[in-house]
Design a protein around this ligand. Sequence first.
Ligand code: SME
Length: 179
Amino acid sequence: MSEGILLAKVARGTLLPEAGRLARLDEALPQIRAALEGERDEVALEATLACLLWEALPQTNWCGFYRRVGERMLAVGPYQGGMGCLRIAFERGVCGAAARTGQVQRVPDVQAFPGHIACDDATRSELVIPVLDGAGLLRGVLDLDSPQLDAFSEGEAARLEALIEKVFRGPVIWAPRSE
Ligand code: SME
């Protein structure tokens, strides 16, 4: 039975200075990797990552996964935060851009992003990281949203991209797709 991760309590919505955010993430990452060690089930991995990244990233108001369920369609997966869109087509929003391009999308101001999906009016910035499997196939995206402007730095993006690659490039057992 895991006890979760040990981090100082920070109120939800707080945007720490970047150095503080990186220090907190660097403290969390080895604990997150240890918590996931040996697990191969997609949903177990995504649900636990949503829970632990929510703790590691107090600036988020939404933290979780969209899974690829069709050729150009995402459906919501495990997450923390307020209710999100159930489906996002590849053509739409920041998540769609990450799915389309296979590239990390760091958006410091969502109002400056054409086609942003306003699921939560409070969201001001986002970081979306593609989830690729061992064959390089897009399986979904990790979506991180914040009510603060410019809440995710390049340093956070690089660390989270490396974590996602490490976790999902392995021998994951993927859940069946719904379409
Ligand atoms: N990050 C999304 C929208 C928010 S979700 O529904 C939680 C996008 O614009 O792609």
